[in-house]
Each structure stands twice: as structure tokens, then as C-alpha cells.
Design a binder for this molecule. Structure first.
Ligand code: ISL
Length: 673
């Protein structure tokens, strides 16, 4: 890309991959229509002029920050055939359905109220029966659990509460022999403050470990008496810097005060991380989900964040690290040195057995040459996502694009109803923009977000019929679009949000800090709670409901976090017994996906993109096997398109393909001719 300067125009910014992502993000965030920015008058505006005329609104420095940010990222995504024609090279992870387990809340085996590895082992048959191909475990490494394991104290040790190293070996083997792979969570933007590297850094800030972190002198002081080195704020409230008296330094923590950011500019740190990955690949782990991996490269000098961007995005400083200057280089190095199995690598004690389309198992496969790399990349838009995961790039395999989660102008904390037409627009826009070189992760939920059914239905999520209907709609979309589905535990049971009643019901650091901050700014007890409840991460973290008994079959003891949602019919036992259940819908969809290549390597072509409520697409396999997926996104009938097509309905909430679709109707048909 040509370098930008103050003579460049707004449209040059939009022609730049990162510039386009940033403008799209601003539009999404503010809910402003693209028309306002992309008309010729605004498009032709020179950046220097924008700086002058916009000064009152955007303040000083914004334009220069933008220019240097874009110039740090000169690459363009490769041109490739449209996603409508080809799916690129085959790979196991393109065919797989991933399933995220939140280990604390999946199954407790020893009555301490906390889920553990033996609990997961005891539920592997369940996962195999559901049909998923790869299990992803949220953190299970030794941790003081300030952020539920996302603060790691020892990357090579299993958290004592979760089990032993032998338990993990058994779990890995148990997955493999059932034809499932297993990946773990690599949290390496930061370590726990209790990690021995950080302790050594505090003991001797000028020694080798001092440079593992961001330790800066700044102005000394505690309790707000001194000034931190810059104005960056933490995602979990307050300044991103903590004064460490023993080191007489400030330390950077983008997340909680016990989550210290690692300095990736230090090659020794990068070497350490690569070794951790090699260690686990040798143990049989098939790859990692990489936590906030786009934050690892911080702009040298750690300059102050721009105030305007800070106000807009809520997190001052974010432009200096959310796609830092060395991000691509670090990821390439990590892939090469960490995720690639060397020719002399020891073979792990087990490797996954082949699973045939009919679900039966074949022989064990040789270990994958490269462990899969799934990037958790908050804030990253479509174009940078392509640069991070394009097949030619040697970086990640897939990224999560979080824009799917909230429609324009909304943030997670808002209390609103998610319009499924936004999911339609987002999916069409995303898949139309990418090409055969790209492959995306399809997700709607994880352990950091409220349940999607509740976002769509609001309080109506307590209506079993509506809940089931919306669950089927979401499942169908997620499992038949082009990309790799990542299911989060409980989705297959149509899990919904919890009616928590007070802050005492919550355990998550983010919510607790936010609540405290609101209170100290004058909010009442009830007011502060109401503001955090819609976005609280604990909605998704309550224990799995296995059986309709007290404790849900999760534990014999007292669960670490109480689920208060206890509606009849939505436990595993009840769902499995009911042929019409959401669980069985997921199972059928997963099976269909495995049996027909059209759903994985098939092209995708959207029908009636502009239509409201009617969301439909064709998937056509390389061999010409053609399918039509149709979904009514509304709680009212909708006119169907292509009514006269010759089809055979293979899976549907009804078997007759009528002129109109019933409320929330879903239909998957094979197309003839
Ligand atoms: O909850 C958020 C912040 O407001 C999310 O943006 C979330 O923090 C972000 O997606 C990063 O999440 C990951 O890293 C965090 C951890 O708390 C989350 O659980 C994890 O998924 C820090 O490690």
C-alpha cells in the first residue's frame, strides 16, 4: 500500500485494509450510516483539512495517530477467487465443529463445586454423541484465578483444583480415541503477577526478567498519589498501570491488576512462548486458541492514547496495541517456532483417530504438521482478520470477528433486543468480502458473553416454544454458513441468561470491578447492578445442566457459581430424550454437515440479500451437490423465494415447503436440477 500522509484523502483511508476496518468499526460503534462518510464530499476530504475542520469534534492528534497506524500496516490481503467459488486447500479444521468447554462449569467429579478434568473425561461420550470434532478447553493451567484462569502462574502445570497431569493425558487420549482433537487456551499477552517470571522481575527490575514485562518508573506513588507512565486504561476498569512498591516501578496490565502484560519485543519472551507450545504439542495437544493475541505488539515508547479514540472506544490507548506494528512478524515466528512440529519432534503418545462421514472410527492419523492456531482477536475487522489468517500469510488459521455480537451503536452492557437481521447482514457482508484464501470462525457465544437467545428474545426467552425456535434458527445459521463453527457449552441445550438478583450472585472480576466503579461514581446499589446485568459474563459461566435435579448433576457439593435458571425440559437428560429437542437438532445438523461436503467445502451464494426476515443461501459442493438453507428470522410468517425449485426437504421444522415460511421456520433442502 502507498504510504499515507496529511495530503491523503478520506477515501484513501477507506482503501487501506486497516483504514477500512477502522472506518467500518467507527460506523458500527456510532450507528452512523456509511452514507455520511463515503459520499464524494467526505471521501475527497484531505486528512490535513479534516484535522483543521474537525478539530472541535475530534480534538488534536487524531489524524496523525491514524496516519502512523495505517503506515505500520503496509500489506494488503491477497487477491483470491471469491468465496462463492472455492474453499482453498482442505484442512481438518475446516471440516471440524469445535466445542468450547468452560472447565470450571462443565462437570465436577470430586464434590468441591468446581468442574475438573476427570469430570470432562466422564462426559466425553456425550461430546462424541453430539458429534463435535474438536474440544477447546478454557484455561486449565495453574493460576490464582483472579480472572478464572486467564491469569496463568505456570504454563506447564495443571491447576490443582482441575486435576493432575495424568488426568490431562487421559483426557487427551480419551478425545483422540473418540475421533476428537483437543486444543487448549494459550494466554500469553499476559501472565499472572504470581508467575515466577514476574516475581523475578519484581526482585530485580534491571535484571533479565525485568525486560519480560513493561516496568516503568513513571512518577512513584500509591493510591493515586503518583502518575502512571501513560493514560492507557484497563479493560477491567481504572488505569492499565499498577504501582509495584517492591520494584519501585509501574507495571502494565491491560486486564486485571494481577494480569501483567508480557513484553513481546523481547526475543527471549517469544522464545519462552514457543517452547510452551512445543511442550504441549509433544504431549498430544492439537493446537491452541490464542487469547487476545492481537494485543501482543505494543507501539514502542508506549505513547499516550488519543483522547477522542479513547472516548469513542471506551478504552484509551487501544490504538497503540490492538494491531501493533510487529503483530504479523510475531505470529509468523510463533507459528514457525512454536506450532510447527519439527522433523525431529517426538511423536505424542496418542493422535486422533480418523472419523468417517458415517461417524465410525478409523485408524489413528499421523500428528498434524502444524498445530491449529485460532486467534481471539477483539476489535479486529474483516480486512485485518484476512491479513492475520489468510492461507498465504503463515500467521493464524482462523480469527474470531466480534462484530457479530452487537449491532450498530450497541455494546455488550446495553439492554436491548438483538435483531436477527443484523446477523444476516453481518454474515452476508463478511462472506461476500472474503475469498478462497480466507477461512473464518463462526461463533455466537463464548464464556465472555451473554446467551444469544436471551439477546434476541429478552424476557420472552422464558417461553419454551420461542426459546426452542430461536435456538434452532441460530444453530442452523451457525452450522451451515461457510466457515468453522465454534459452539459454546450449553448452546446445544438452548441455554439462556440467568435472573441474577444482586451483585453477590456474580463472581466475574470484570463485572465486580465495573460495579464498584459505577458505585463510586454515585450509582445506587440497584442502579449499578442493573447496568452490569445485561452484559455480565457470568450468564454463560454457570454450571452445565445435566439432569433435572438439585445441582443439575454438575456437582454433589456447592457450585462455585450458582445457576438460577431451572426451567423444565432444558437439561441434557430431558433434551436427549426428546426427539424434537434443540440438542437433537444440533446433533442432526452436525451429522448432516459431516456427511455432505457442500456444507464445508461448498461455495456459498446468498438468496435475496436485501430481504428482511428471510435469510437463505445455497451451498454447492465442488462435485455439484446443491443445497438450499432457508431461515425465517421473525416471529411472523414471511414470503419464501424460489418457491418453485425442485427440492427434497432433508431437515426442517416442517416437511412441507409452502409459499410462506412459518414464524422462525427453518428448512434445509437438497436441490435438484
Ligand atoms: O470482556 C471483555 C472486555 O470488556 C472482552 O472484550 C474480553 O475481555 C476480550 O474478548 C478478551 O477476552 C479474553 O481475555 C481476557 C479474559 O478475561 C477473557 O475471559 C478472555 O476470553 C483476559 O485474558
Amino acid at each position: 500500500m502507498a504510504r499515507l500522509d496529511r495530503k491523503s484523502r478520506v477515501r484513501d483511508v477507506y482503501a487501506h485494509p486497516l483504514g477500512r476496518d477502522i472506518i467500518d468499526k467507527l460506523l458500527l460503534h456510532t450507528g452512523i450510516s456509511p452514507r455520511w462518510i463515503l459520499n464524494p464530499v467526505a471521501g475527497n476530504l484531505r486528512l490535513g483539512r479534516l484535522d483543521q475542520v474537525g478539530r472541535r469534534a475530534i480534538g488534536p492528534g487524531f489524524v496523525d495517530t491514524l496516519i502512523s497506524l495505517l503506515n505500520d500496516h503496509p500489506d494488503e490481503p491477497a487477491r483470491s477467487e471469491s468465496a462463492g467459488t472455492s474453499a482453498g486447500e482442505p484442512a481438518w479444521w475446516k471440516e471440524a465443529v469445535f466445542y468450547q468447554v468452560y472447565p470450571r462449569s462443565f462437570q465436577d467429579s470430586d464434590g468441591d463445586g468446581l468442574g475438573d478434568l476427570r469430570g470432562i473425561i466422564s462426559r466425553l461420550d456425550y461430546l462424541q454423541d453430539l458429534g463435535v470434532d474438536c474440544v477447546w478447553l478454557s484455561p486449565i493451567f495453574d493460576s490464582p484465578n483472579e480472572d478464572m484462569g486467564y491469569d496463568i502462574r505456570d504454563y506447564r502445570r495443571v491447576m490443582a483444583e482441575m486435576g493432575t497431569s495424568e488426568d490431562l493425558d487421559e483426557l487427551i487420549e480419551g478425545c483422540h480415541e473418540r475421533g476428537m482433537r483437543i486444543i487448549l487456551d494459550l494466554v500469553v499477552n499476559h501472565t499472572s503477577a504470581e508467575h515466577e517470571w514476574f516475581r523475578s522481575a519484581v526482585d530485580d527490575p534491571d535484571g533479565p526478567y525485568g525486560d519480560y514485562y513493561f516496568l516503568r518508573r513513571g512518577e512513584p506513588g500509591e493510591d493515586g498519589t503518583g502518575a502512571p507512565p501513560n493514560n492507557w486504561v484497563s479493560f477491567f476498569s481504572g488505569s492499565a498501570w499498577r504501582w509495584i512498591p517492591d520494584a519501585e516501578r509501574w507495571a502494565l496490565h491491560l486486564f486485571g491488576p494481577g494480569q501483567m502484560d508480557l513484553n513481546w519485543a523481547n526475543p527471549t519472551v517469544r522464545g519462552e512462548v514457543a517452547e510452551v507450545v512445543q511442550f504441549w504439542l509433544a504431549r498430544g495437544i492439537d493446537g491452541f486458541r490464542l487469547d487476545v493475541i492481537n494485543y501482543i505488539s505494543k507501539r514502542p515508547g508506549l505513547p499516550n492514547g488519543n483522547e477522542f479514540i479513547g472516548r469513542l472506544m471506551e478504552f484509551t490507548g487501544i490504538e497503540h496495541y490492538y494491531v501493533g506494528p510487529q503483530l504479523h512478524a510475531y505470529l509468523r515466528e510463533l507459528r514457525r517456532r512454536g506450532f510447527t512440529r519439527g522433523a525431529d519432534a517426538v511423536a505424542p503418545s496418542s493422535s486422533v483417530r480418523l472419523r468417517l462421514p458415517d461417524g465410525t472410527l478409523g485408524d489413528p492419523l499421523p500428528p498434524d504438521p502444524v498445530g491449529v492456531m485460532v486467534g481471539e482477536t477483539p476489535g479486529v475487522g474483516i480486512e485485518i482478520g484476512r491479513l492475520l489468517s489468510g492461507a498465504d500469510r503463515g500467521e493464524l488459521d482462523m480469527v474470531f470477528n466480534f462484530d457479530v455480537l452487537e449491532p450498530p451503536g450497541k455494546v455488550r452492557w446495553d439492554d436491548y433486543r438483538y435483531d436477527l437481521n443484523y446477523l444476516k447482514d453481518f454474515s452476508e457482508g463478511y462472506l461476500d468480502r472474503i475469498g478462497s484464501n480466507d477461512w473464518i470462525a463462526l461463533f455466537l457465544e463464548n464464556h465472555d458473553n451473554p446467551r444469544m437467545i436471551s439477546k434476541v428474545l429478552g424476557p420472552d426467552d422464558h417461553d419454551p416454544g420461542l426459546r426452542t425456535a430461536v435456538a434452532r434458527v441460530l444453530a442452523t445459521i451457525q452450522l451451515t454458513l461457510r466457515g468453522t463453527p465454534f459452539l459454546y457449552q450449553g448452546q446445544e441445550l438452548a441455554a439462556i441468561n440467568q435472573d441474577f438478583t444482586s451483585i453477590g450472585d456474580l463472581r466475574d472480576l470484570e463485572s465486580l470491578n465495573r460495579y464498584a466503579e459505577l458505585r463510586s461514581n454515585g450509582a445506587t446499589v440497584g442502579g449499578a447492578f442493573d447496568e452490569i446485568l445485561p452484559g455480565a459474563r457470568d450468564h454463560a459461566r454457570v454450571p452445565m445442566r445435566w439432569e433435572p435435579v438439585d445441582g443439575g448433576g454438575f456437582t454433589d457439593g456447592t457450585p462455585w457459581l450458582h445457576g438460577v435458571e431451572d426451567s423444565t425440559g432444558f437439561t441434557v437428560a430431558e433434551q436427549r430424550a426428546d426427539p424434537e429437542s434443540v440438542f437433537n437438532w444440533y446433533r442432526d445438523l452436525i451429522r448432516l454437515r459431516r456427511q455432505h461436503e457442500a456444507f464445508t467445502y461448498g461455495s456459498i451464494e446468498f438468496v435475496a440479500p436485501g430481504a428482511r426476515d428471510y435469510f437463505a443461501w445455497f451451498r454447492t459442493s465442488p462435485a455439484g451437490d446443491r443445497w438450499l438453507i432457508e431461515v425465517n428470522l421473525a416471529d411472523a410468517p414471511v414470503q419464501r423465494r424460489n418457491g418453485s425449485l425442485r427440492v427434497e426437504v432433508k431437515l426442517g421444522t416442517t416437511t412441507r415447503r409452502g409459499v410462506t415460511m412459518a414464524p422462525y421456520e427453518v428448512m434445509i433442502s437438497r436441490v435438484f436440477g
